[in-house]
Structure formats: structure tokens, C-alpha cells
Design a binder for this molecule. Structure first.
Ligand code: DX5
Ligand code: ZN
Length: 217
């Protein structure tokens, strides 16, 4: 199971310490939400935050680009040494071309789809995706309610992942109960924000251990 810490939920007054504690606690991937205030109605992390995280850990970093025309921005993040770049097909005209470019630069590709987007819309793009992430909330904010109808899409993608060879991830309202439930339904990885990791009043290491054991808290 890939457990990804949603870094927009971390304490930015102590970012380096947060990264090091999460690293030691057993986080698999550092998830960085990059927003432009246009594709989504919020602005959170930026390139300099990603560079600071890169300097503090050797573990994989992903950038979830919630920006218009991500093809024009992916090189900034690749140059910063990130390992995985997620783009939204809803904001990019040439998705396959952009995914191919990310691969050519030696990074892994991620396709992340909004609750509005159907599998039919993205089926050709699955060919070039190392990771497919289903948004289970509308992107932009932590602490939202899980959108139940996305579960059907998750099940359908779980049935396709071996054929296409991608890892299936979910982002948004991943509580301990949902991690347990969707892990059993074939989801490989989870973005952990306020629902399971940050502000829970217990050490990150214990949260991650409980999630791996399927425990509630
Ligand atoms: C946006 C973020 C959020 C968030 C997830 O892409 O990745 O979805 O931090 O955490 P929750 O929903 O648990 O606060
Ligand atoms: Zn995200």
C-alpha cells in the first residue's frame, strides 16, 4: 500500500522537520498539491516548497498539478527533481504528448481525474499513465466530503489496472475506514490529508502503522 502525505496539510512553519518526521514515520510518497487559482479556486504550494521538500528527503515526491495548461509548467517541476507528475486531462489539450514528455524526462506519469470525468473520456490516456488517481472530492481544498459516486469509477479502474499496468490511487477524504475498504477493492495508494494523517492528535508513525494494519482511529 502506498501512503502519500498531502503536504498542503503540513505545518509550513516547520516544513523541514515535518518532512523528516514523515519520512521516518514511513510515508511512501510526498504528495504536493500545486494550484494556480484558475483551474481550481485556491492557491497552495509552489515550486519553492517542492524544492524545500526535495532537499529534505530522498523519498519519491509527486506533484499534482491543478493548473491550466500543465504542459507549459511540467519542466519546472521536473527540473526540481520530482519523481511523479500528475496532470489533469480537463486542463490540458495534448495529454498523451505531455505524458510522453514526462516519461522522456525520466519521471513517472500520473493522470488524475476529477469527479466529473468518465473513464471513457480518458481511456486512450491510460496507455501512458504509470499512476491513475481518482479525485474523490472536487480538487482544491482539504477537509471535504467524499463523493460517493466516484466509487463506481474506482472499481472499474481497478479492473483495468493490470491490462494497462498502472497503479490506482485515490485523493480526497481518505479516512482510515476508506483506506481499508478501497485497499480491499484494489486501490494501490492513498493521499492522506486531514482525514487520516494531519491534525489527528497522534504521531504520524502511529497513523501510518494503523492504516497499514487496517485499523480505525
Ligand atoms: C487535494 C489534496 C486534498 C487533501 C486530501 O488534491 O490532496 O485532497 O489534502 O486530504 P483530506 O480530504 O483528507 O483533507
Ligand atoms: Zn492532490
Amino acid at each position: 500500500m502506498l501512503l502519500c502525505s498531502s503536504m498542503m496539510c503540513a505545518d509550513f512553519g516547520a516544513l523541514r522537520d515535518e518532512v523528516q518526521v514523515l519520512d521516518t514515520a514511513g510515508v511512501d510518497i510526498f504528495h504536493c498539491d500545486i494550484m494556480d487559482g484558475t483551474f481550481v479556486p485556491n492557491i497552495t504550494m509552489g515550486l519553492m516548497d517542492v524544492k524545500a521538500i526535495r532537499a529534505a528527503t530522498d523519498k519519491p515526491i509527486d506533484c499534482h498539478l491543478m493548473v491550466e495548461n500543465p504542459s507549459a509548467k511540467v519542466d519546472l517541476f521536473l527540473d526540481a527533481g520530482v519523481d511523479i507528475i500528475y496532470i489533469h486531462p480537463e486542463s490540458e489539450r495534448y495529454v498523451v504528448k505531455t505524458l510522453a514528455h514526462i516519461k522522456e524526462r525520466g519521471a513517472s506519469t500520473g493522470l488524475v481525474i476529477n469527479p466529473d470525468t468518465s473513464i471513457e473520456t480518458v481511456s486512450e490516456m491510460l496507455n501512458l499513465a504509470d499512476y491513475v488517481m481518482v479525485m474523490t472530492v472536487n480538487p482544491g481544498f482539504a477537509g471535504q466530503k467524499f463523493i460517493d459516486f466516484t466509487a463506481k469509477k474506482i472499481d472499474r479502474l481497478a479492473a483495468l489496472k493490470d491490462e494497462y499496468g498502472f497503479k490506482l490511487m485515490i485523493d480526497g477524504a481518505c479516512s482510515p475506514a476508506r483506506v481499508r475498504e478501497f485497499s480491499a477493492r484494489g486501490v494501490d495508494g492513498f493521499v492522506l490529508g486531514t482525514s487520516a494523517l494531519f491534525g489527528k492528535g497522534k504521531p504520524y508513525a502511529e497513523c501510518l502503522e494503523d492504516l497499514r494494519q487496517g485499523k480505525d482511529y
